[in-house]
Design a binder for this molecule. Structure first.
Ligand SMILES: O=P(O)(O)OC[C@H]1O[C@](O)(COP(=O)(O)O)[C@@H](O)[C@@H]1O
Ligand SMILES: [Mg+2]
Ligand SMILES: [Mg+2]
Length: 360
């Protein structure tokens, strides 16, 4: 019987009782991931007292500036998870190719993908960051996994979760039976169950989007946000609130707590990339959590969890949150057509440099 003071270990044991015959390997893996999160939380909490704040001076496979903590968090994830014999491979935001489990350790039946530190541009300003993880089954248990093994749709995830390193450290987890939150007691070094069966409100008046990208958005997204901005006098007939932490984990945690809708939609900013966020270790695990909590997650065109990945670091448009708003945004995408013949608004000839309504 679980109570508000059950530990993560007790929770996992209860879950296992519901699946007689299970080996316990998934539980061991989740506990190793939780250990990685505790170790990362401790490093982050030291802030400027450690020498881990600031840029590492390197650029990762994504072409992004690595923070020192990006590298440290990645190392922690690798070390805590490589030894236990549950994994056939790992893939990380910070590594171009899958990580091969060192030969001295046995290979297992799961794959782990992770974003070791999400929202890392927030570290220097002491704003919440997090870690995100996803667990898949290895197509061939006991055989070292290569890139194609990781390219599974999100529907195949066995478990997913994140840790948010905020005023407190909270681990949010699903093993496919609802979403549950565990708060870290830093004195005991133990995660305790603090919210069971999280359910996302169906309606919301709060959205999260980086509006500085507005000129690159598709018409459906501009339409949705413009309608929200018109507030009580506009077509929605109500006022909306906006939040943008620039940390997907923090944004997800807020939405799982009080509802809302998040968008980092497909845009035309960089024609090489279909979106900003990465499918395998950001978008898929968050989508599993959101669906398990009764919300929806879409690319605007299709359910995220059904997308067939083509690349380990594939980026994709991502919209998730309270059901009613995500359904509306999906409808706006359908009404705009496939968008392939749409010009970004910045190219509208009426507003161009020689257009009728030339901006001054
Ligand atoms: O810089 P922007 O456009 O606000 O983007 C913020 C987004 O980038 C991210 O920080 C990307 O994650 P990483 O920090 O792991 O690269 C998301 O957490 C967040 O939603
Ligand atoms: Mg990230
Ligand atoms: Mg990251």
């Amino acid at each position: 019987m679980l109570t508000e003071r059950s530990t993560l270990t007790q929770f996992l044991i209860e879950e296992r009782r519901r699946h007689p015959g299970s080996s316990g390997e998934l539980n061991s893996l989740i506990l190793d991931v939780a250990l990685a999160c505790k170790a990362i939380a401790k490093r982050i909490a030291s802030g400027a007292l450690s020498d881990l704040v600031g840029k590492a001076g390197a650029v990762n496979v994504q072409g992004e500036q690595q923070q020192k903590l990006d590298i440290v968090a990645n190392e922690i994830f690798l070390q805590t998870n490589e030894w236990g014999g549950q994994l056939a491979g790992m893939a990380s935001e910070e590594m171009e190719d899958p990580y091969a489990i060192p030969q001295q350790y046995p290979l297992g039946k799961y794959l782990l993908t992770f974003d070791p530190l999400d929202g890392s541009s927030n570290i220097d300003v002491n704003v919440s960051v997090g870690s995100i993880f996803s667990i898949l089954r290895a197509p061939v248990p006991g055989k070292a996994a290569g890139t194609p093994d990781f390219l599974q749709p999100g529907t195949e995830q066995v478990a997913a979760g994140y840790a948010v390193y905020g005023p407190s450290t909270v681990l949010v987890l699903t093993v496919g039976t609802g979403v549950h939150a565990f708060t870290l007691d830093p004195a005991l070094g133990e995660f305790f169950l603090t919210r069971q069966d999280i359910h996302l409100p169906e309606a919301t008046c709060e959205y999260a989007v980086n509006t500085s990208n507005r000129r690159f958005w598709e018409p459906a997204v501009r339409r949705y946000i413009d309608e929200c901005l018109q507030g009580v006098g506009g077509p929605r007939g109500k006022d909306f609130n906006m939040r943008w932490v620039a940390s997907l984990v923090a944004e997800t945690h807020r939405i799982l707590t009080r509802g809302g809708v998040f968008m980092y939609p497909r845009d035309s900013k960089d024609p090489e990339k279909e979106g900003r966020l990465r499918l395998l270790y950001e978008v898929n695990p968050i989508s599993m959590l959101v669906e398990q909590a009764g919300g929806l997650a879409t690319t605007g065109r299709e359910r995220v969890l059904e997308v067939r990945p083509t690349d380990l670091h594939q980026r994709i448009g991502f919209i998730f949150g309270s059901r009613e708003e995500v359904e509306r945004i999906t409808r706006y995408h359908a009404e705009q057509g496939d968008g392939s013949d749409e010009q970004p608004e910045s190219f509208n000839p009426l507003y161009g440099p020689r257009g009728l309504f030339q901006a001054r």
